[in-house]
Design a protein around this ligand. Sequence first.
Ligand code: FRU
Length: 465
Amino acid sequence: MNYHIMPPTGLINDPNGFIEWNGKYHLFYQWQPFKTGHGTKFWGHVSSTDLVHWEHEPIALAPSEWYEQDGCYSGSAVEQDGKLFLLYTGNVKEDDDRETYQCLAESSDGKTFKKHGPVLHLPKEYTAHFRDPKVWKKNDTWYMIIGAQTKKLEGRAVLFQSQDLKNWTRLGDVTGTNTDLIGEFGYMWECPDLFELGGKEVMVVSPQGVAPDGMLYHNEHQCGYLVGDLDYEEVKYRHGAFVEMDRGFEFYAPQTLVDAKGRRIMIAWMGMPDQYEQKHPTIPFKWIHSLTLPRELKLVGNKVYQVPLEEMKMLRGDGVSYAGAEMVNEEKQFDGVEGDVMELGLDDISGTFERLEITLRGNARFIYNKETKLATLERASFAHGQTESRHCYLEELNSLRIFVDKSSIEIFINEGEEVFSARQFAYPENKGYSFASKGYVSFDLNKWNLNKSAAAYQVQDERYA
Ligand code: FRU
């Protein structure tokens, strides 16, 4: 991957501790350095001044203490009195038993962390699937939302408060399976993140155990958001329906920050805890998974849009453009529209077309069908080679921005109204893009090669990295 955050070696999963602190963006991540599988997690660390060029920092947290002996699991970062604090889950496994501790660590230099140990023990109402603290401040009080499972195996999001980050009081479950707000919706809710956006409170969460429903929820586990109003006094979060955050194949456990410019920015794991993990084509090269691009969130009506960051334009190199390109019942390639590290833009998409298709590097295809109003991403599965697809309804298709990296695609539709994120393992030599239309379509086409950013490690893997 040339401009995505990937592990130096081993396995990366959730983004953690995403914060702008002391004039720099810091991003930590769940990391298993020793194998391309899960297990005892570390916190890897990268920093950046622009969210595009990242520098690798020393390991932030290693599982060295009894309360985290089986992993420093996911969590978040906050600033207090000029210092950087991390709140994370200490994971302990004894045979089939599990213990969970919410822990605090502190840093003055943003590089080395002093551990304070557990600050919150498991309340008796939940199983040990109780983790991933996300902390924020409101009116001089700290709040923390935690992903949890009740003893009846219901996924919940639990709210706590504190004055000092060390003593926490439970306020209650703000929502979850079998509450009056949402029915049966999974046995465990991972990585909740609750924040203000456009005058509302949005909660992004990753529920496990939600069954497929029509075209929805076809990944192994789901990730989506709720929009509503949180009453901190009553401890009531009145929200609307769960909406899938991303429509693609690999997108899970996102985390957000708000930066000095007031932007709410989200980054996610471009992976999925799934049964096919051991079939990933990068495993022979001793690494697996990556993070998505960071995206700016905007609330439009009750919909959360995800917009590529303005800063992404810094990576643009040379390119080609075709203003007012037209197609009628044909398939074609555009000279110079090729590559495996690039951005593709289609603007002002118009015409009476029934279908527009873009085939990317031979084994993935984006399709918009104007009759059925269906947007589709299909790809050859890296696990079994069969075509698999994901869909969403889309009233109309106006624009596309597609970010292609060596082994990923992220398709932003209509300025972020919908996004499809996916890993793609094309034949390395296939760098072609083919366009097909049924009916008449016109658009402005732009393609830029993107420069390499320091996010990527030099791994011995020319094909997918
Ligand atoms: C989500 C998750 C979190 C946990 C972490 C462990 O992918 O399962 O709930 O803290 O990964 O790596």
